[in-house]
Ligand binder design. Structure first.
Ligand code: GUN
Ligand code: ZN
Length: 436
């Protein structure tokens, strides 16, 4: 071990072991008032009380003192769109009009690699500013955009997942591939990027409306040929989307049946939205271990509907939470949790702040089957870390005067916090926010 790259971060540390079963479930997380994380070569070597961690560190290891701030695993965003960085905050009607009027025109510009490179830079700055250290993104249908996306991630040392959007109908010609070219391009991008450094490739048929049966068949073939890749698509977000899908695939009993028919379900499959699922669809999601991804700010912005977390989880479905930029309105997982809380309030479900913070870290890591690498401060995992200040604004500081517990503090962070609450973001042990 070289001492050069070894460092200690000191502060209040919070890391989850499992999903809190109740607000009192102390076994679900570790919290140290005077805690520390020992980092070497991009990995966490130890975490715990400062005194214990110091004993494990080589002498002279530099200490970055983040007290009184909170040190947590970096946030993980399980669904967003890299080419929509200039679509976010577009005044539009609901999903299908929003796609046609704003999203597709913006994505066409990613045919130009230079454009992709420039947007990638701003996109990653936004993630880092918001404490997000890993994310799962749709790139555009142009292989160029995937290169721009992963090249920037590689430069920053980030564990990122993503893939070329496959779409061969119901979109402008300039965005459409074909079943064959979508397959070929995805395949060569997998061989170029999957497993290179921290990159993970995600097979990405946009949704049933923009893929022919031949293309979904090709996506299923890719998944069978590359079982360690993830797959992502959209499911049951909007009523008009569901109706159009039923028209395009009349032989299927329900929307999920389309994806099921082509072998797209499974524990590495991420389905964005899942708002209007039938009981039968929920059953199939659960049996296959597929993941439902809740995108609160997007669901409100596009008027898509209210994700029923209790119904989905009671059916045994794995869940994740995400921004869905640019249908979503913020890169911040704190803003996302805030809107998620409100969506659940409307359904008489209360998202406890411990559950919320679990979800945005270890919960999302588990949903991606990556909890051995990211999502906690456990020894042996990657040193992707966020440092949070619950007094970042005058209003937060005033509110914090009356806060007595960790849960209350987390709730202030998720309700009032945003990028101003992110003091620092460490990517593989490197301070990346203040150096940006
Ligand atoms: N369904 C198909 N494409 C998209 C997209 O880009 N955003 C959202 N929110 N839903 C979609
Ligand atoms: Zn999406």
């Amino acid at each position: 071990m070289t001492t050069i790259k070894t460092k200690i971060l000191r502060g209040r540390i919070l890391s989850f072991r499992s999903e809190p079963k109740s607000p009192e479930d102390r076994h679900a997380f570790t919290y140290e008032e005077d805690g520390a994380v020992l980092i070497a070569d991009g990995k966490i070597l130890a975490s715990g009380s400062f005194d214990e961690v110091v004993k494990k560190a080589p002498s002279e290891t530099p200490v970055t003192d983040h007290r009184p701030h909170l040190i947590c695993a970096g946030f993980i965003d399980t669904h967003l769109h890299f080419p929509q960085a200039q679509v976010i905050a577009s005044w539009a009607d609901q999903l299908l009009d929003w796609l046609n009027d704003y999203t597709f025109p913006a994505e066409i510009r990613f045919a130009d690699k230079a454009h992709g490179k420039r947007i990638a830079n701003g996109f990653y700055d936004a993630l880092i500013a918001n404490g997000t250290t890993s994310a799962v993104a749709y790139c555009s249908s142009h292989p160029n955009s995937v290169d721009a996306y992963f090249e920037e991630a590689e430069q920053r040392g980030m564990l990122m997942l993503g893939g070329k959007t496959m779409m061969d109908r119901n979109a402008p010609d300039a965005l459409c591939d074909t079943a064959q070219s979508g397959y070929d391009d995805s395949k060569s991008l997998i061989s170029k990027w999957h497993g290179r450094g921290r990159a993970h490739y995600v097979i990405t048929p946009r949704f049933a409306i923009t893929s022919t049966p031949e293309q979904l068949e090709a996506a299923g073939t890719l998944l069978r040929e590359h079982p360690d890749c993830h797959l992502q698509t959209h499911l049951s977000e909007n009523h008009n989307e569901i109706a159009f899908t039923r028209e395009l695939y009349p032989e299927e009993d329900h929307y999920l049946g389309v994806y099921d028919k082509y072998g797209l379900l499974g524990p590495k499959s991420l389905f964005g939205h899942c708002i209007h699922l039938s009981a039968h669809e929920r059953e199939i999601m659960s049996e296959t271990g597929s993941v439902a991804v809740f995108c609160p700010t997007s669901n409100l912005f596009l008027g898509s509907g209210l994700f029923d977390k209790a119904e989905v989880e009671n059916a045994g479905i794995r869940t994740a939470v995400a921004t869905d930029v640019g249908g979503g309105t913020s890169y911040s997982m704190l803003r996302t949790l805030d809107e998620g809380y409100k969506i659940l309030q409307l359904q008489r479900q209360r998202l406890h702040p411990l559950t919320a913070f679990f979800w945005a870290t270890l919960g999302n890591a588990q949903a991606l089957s990556l909890s051995d690498r990211i999502g906690t401060l456990d020894a042996g995992t990657d040193a992707d870390i966020v440092v949070l200040n619950a007094k970042a604004t005058p209003a937060m500081a005033l509110r914090m005067e009356t806060v007595e517990t960790l849960s209350e503090e987390l709730f202030v962070l998720q309700t009032l916090g945003d990028d101003r609450s992110v003091v620092e973001t460490y990517v593989a042990g490197q301070a990346s926010k203040t150096s940006a």
